[in-house]
Design a protein around this ligand. Sequence first.
Ligand code: AKG
Length: 247
Amino acid sequence: STGPTTADVLTDEAHRHYRENGFVRIPQVLSPSETERFRTASEELIGRHGPEIWGAGADEVQVHFVAQAWLKHEALRELALHPAITGIATRLAGAPLRLYSTDILLKPGRKDLNTLPTLVHDDETGLPLDGLEKTLTAWVALVDVTVEQGCLSYVPGSHLRDAEHRQTHMTSFAEHRAIEDIWPDYSSRPRVTVPLKAGDVAFHHCRTVHMAGPNLTDAPRMGHGIVYMDAGATYRPGTEDAHISHM
Ligand code: AKG
């Protein structure tokens, strides 16, 4: 079987949802056999790489994080350049894109004492790029990711905020509180929590404010965050070598 085509899975309604809200879930972009293959490849790479400790003291947690996974495993290169994912990304962006990065983030289950949330942030602030207007992230679920497992949630419409409200990149628990200073009405904004099935992909704009809860289950939460940069974006001086991009 050739699986679903981009035309089948990206409806006008989904496209409108992305433009208005800054995120959209597209179900079953990957077939079950592809999902299985990419999950196995990710587990292999994670096994080679070993766990990392994030945070300190009482906030210390174990995660499995592999940056630039597409450069480290042939199957994961295919995932990052998958025609359905890149096709949807390009249509959502409405402009040519290049692959910027792909990271695996696996949060082990509660039995490993992991309760790490992903703090509220947008992706733009962490990217060393100018003119990145169309840049977006594809979050690819390789297992079912429920609310209890810490799926992503998004602030709808936050990609349309004024420039001065965009500085929301949080790198530590201490900084987490700063969002109220930067964006005073933040806590009154609704959030939409988006559970995914294995094979689903959620896309979000680089200015969309998002976060993820801790994994409160016994099952690992595994997904890939693939950033596709606006092909018109330029690297800030001195950052050109940080990433190799093909697409
Ligand atoms: C992103 O892909 O932009 C994320 O923030 C991912 C966070 C997560 O996987 O918990």
